[in-house]
Write a protein that binds this ligand. Structure first.
Ligand SMILES: Nc1ncnc2c1ncn2[C@@H]1O[C@H](COP(=O)(O)OP(=O)(O)O)[C@@H](O)[C@H]1O
Ligand SMILES: [Mg+2]
Length: 206
C-alpha cells in the first residue's frame, strides 16, 4: 500500500476473523493496484495498492473526508477510479456477487415494503421466482436467528432494527464480498452486537 502522498490517509485494520477450517485461504481475494482518484485538485488516492484476503473483516479508519467512502465506493463500482485496477480473484465486479450496506440506512430501506420484502428485494431484481425468494429469505433469517417481526414496515422499526434489515438485504444474495459504510453509526450499543453477528457469519459461514 502506498499512501505517502496522501494526507490524512485512511488506515486499514483486519479484525482478525479466522477463516473457518477447510476454507482457510490467505491469498488475496480483492487486489487493488495503482488506484488513483482525485476530485478537482484534491488527490484522494495516488497509486494506491491493497490486498484483501478472503474471509476477513477489514475495517477502514480515518478522519472525516479522508477517503473511506471513496475507497469502498470505488471497490463496489459506485464511483469510477481515475486509474488503476480492482479485481476479485482475478474477476471484474460484474462477474461476482456483492452486497452493500449504505451509511444512511434510514433512507436506504424501501418505506413501502415490509421488512421481509425489503430483505428479499435483491432476489426479485435477480428475477428469482417468488417461492424461491421466500425460501431463501426465510433460510437466511433462520440461520441468523434474528428475532424481529418481518411484517413491520421500516417506520415501525428502531434504527438498529432497520440496520439489521439492511444487512440482511445485503446478505440474501450470498455475496462474495460485503461492503458496509459506517454500519454502526447511530446504532445503540446493545444492537451493535446483534448487528455484527450476521456480518461475522457471512465472513465465516458454517
Ligand atoms: N462526488 C464528490 N465530488 C467532489 N469531492 C468529493 C466527492 N466525493 C468525495 N469528495 C471529497 O473526497 C474526500 C473524501 O471523501 P469521502 O471518501 O466521502 O471521505 P470519508 O468517507 O472518509 O469521510 C473529501 O475531501 C470529499 O470532500
Ligand atoms: Mg464516508
Amino acid at each position: 500500500m502506498t499512501m505517502d502522498a496522501v494526507q490524512d490517509a485512511p488506515r486499514l485494520q483486519s479484525t482478525g476473523v479466522p477463516p473457518s477450517a477447510g476454507r482457510a485461504s490467505k491469498r488475496p481475494h480483492v487486489t487493488i493496484r495503482n488506484l488513483s482518484k482525485r476530485f478537482d485538485k484534491a488527490i484522494v488516492y495516488d497509486n494506491f495498492d491493497l490486498d484483501i484476503p478472503r474471509g476477513e473483516l477489514i475495517s477502514v479508519f480515518g478522519p472525516n473526508g479522508c477517503g473511506k467512502s471513496t475507497l469502498i465506493n470505488m471497490i463496489a463500482g459506485l464511483v469510477p477510479p481515475d486509474a488503476g485496477e480492482i479485481l476479485f480473484d482475478g474477476m471484474r465486479l460484474d462477474e461476482i456477487k456483492f452486497g452493500y450496506v449504505f451509511q444512511n440506512y434510514r433512507e436506504a430501506l424501501f418505506p413501502w415494503l415490509r421488512a421481509f420484502d425489503n430483505i428479499a428485494y435483491p432476489l426479485k431484481m435477480m428475477k428469482v421466482e417468488p417461492a424461491e425468494r421466500k425460501a431463501r429469505t426465510e433460510r437466511l433469517v433462520a440461520r441468523l436467528g434474528i428475532k424481529l417481526d418481518l411484517n413491520l414496515y421500516p417506520y415501525q422499526m428502531s434504527g438498529g432494527q432497520q440496520q439489521l434489515v439492511s444487512i440482511m438485504r445485503a446478505l440474501v444474495v450470498e455475496p462474495e464480498i460485503l461492503f458496509l459504510d459506517e454500519p454502526s453509526a447511530g446504532v445503540d450499543v446493545s444492537l451493535r452486537k446483534n448487528m455484527w453477528k450476521p456480518v461475522r457469519e457471512c465472513a465465516n459461514p458454517g
